[in-house]
Design a protein around this ligand. Structure first.
Ligand SMILES: Nc1ncnc2c1ncn2[C@@H]1O[C@H](COP(=O)(O)OP(=O)(O)OP(=O)(O)O)[C@@H](O)[C@H]1O
Ligand SMILES: [Mg+2]
Length: 266
């Protein structure tokens, strides 16, 4: 079976960073189709860098990386036709604030539309059906005609998720998708992302600073520290020692390991 993500001996130093520690350092991992994986690690561990790399947005790395069976290049961005199968949920939502919820969710269809139709916003019946399905799933169908700038943080996050689901991606990457939400809403939203992905047979990789929550919703947890994999196990097998190893000592900060139920603020 072709892996959803296959990374081997990958080292990446951000342009503009000093010549010290790379953001990802000799990193190798394989994620199978349909898996739901949480990335944990202290601030600066490399979570966003790894997700952004998998989204095909970083250049200048060494090693091998393929996503959904297509090799990524360290020299050039992937073709649009390759990117359409990967959806990204941003921490800050990245919505068009002055547009309606419906328009934002329809934007998730742009990569699947002919260029001219996309430019003029001429969505097909299929696009509208996918957008309404996604809004219903995200519990925001009744907000379709509201402007995004009139919504709460939790509602905006649901719009961002619906936009991603409307895209019908095979891989969902989410960078701290619940960092701005209260614990109950964070639980709901992570449940929504992972169950919508499972229902579609899609793979999910999300980063989080909330180990308990992440373990509850992911099948597997990868702990990163200083751009390297510290542990990689099924969620049920992650120990307090694992968590301590990624949050304790060294350049990743001297904060104690998170207590169950607490959010780690790094
Ligand atoms: N655009 C950039 N230019 C230079 N260095 C960067 C850039 N983005 C990230 N880095 C560096 O790369 C390393 C990894 O950063 P990254 O953002 O991936 O960490 P993270 O695990 O997502 O942290 P956080 O939990 O704070 O979001 C850090 O040392 C960071 O300073
Ligand atoms: Mg980050």
């Amino acid at each position: 079976m072709t892996a959803a993500i296959d990374i081997s001996d990958l080292t990446l130093r951000h342009s503009g960073s000093d010549a010290g520690q790379p953001a990802l350092s000799g990193l190798s991992l394989t994620i199978s189709p349909g898996e739901s994986v949480a990335l944990l690690g202290a601030s600066g561990a490399g979570k966003t860098t790894l997700l952004t790399l998998c989204d095909g947005r970083l250049r200048g790395w060494r090693g091998q990386a393929s996503v959904l069976g297509r090799s990524l290049s360290p020299d050039q961005a992937p073709a649009l036709s390759a990117r359409v199968d990967t959806g990204f949920i941003f921490q800050e939502f990245a919505l068009v604030e002055r547009s309606s919820v419906e328009r934002n969710v329809l934007n998730g269809r742009l990569g699947r539309m002919p260029v001219l139709a996309g430019l003029f916003g001429r969505h097909s019946a299929e696009d509208r059906a996918a957008a309404y399905r996604a809004m219903s799933e995200a519990g925001i169908a009744d907000l379709a005609h509201r402007r995004v700038d009139s919504l709460s943080g939790g509602q905006r996050q649901r719009v961002a998720i619906a936009r991603c689901l409307a895209q019908e991606p095979q891989l969902i990457l989410a960078d701290e998708p619940v960092s701005n939400l209260d614990p109950a809403r964070a639980d709901d939203i992570l449940g929504l992302i992972t169950s919508a992905a499972r229902a579609r047979g899609a793979t999910t990789v999300f980063s989080s600073h909330q180990p308990d929550l992440a373990m509850r919703h992911a099948d597997r947890v990868i702990g990163l520290r200083d751009g390297k994999v510290q542990f990689d196990r099924p969620s049920a097998n992650v120990t307090q020692q694992d968590i301590a190893r990624i949050y304790h000592e060294g350049s990743s900060g001297d904060a104690p390991p998170p207590k169950p139920g607490l959010r780690v603020v790094c």
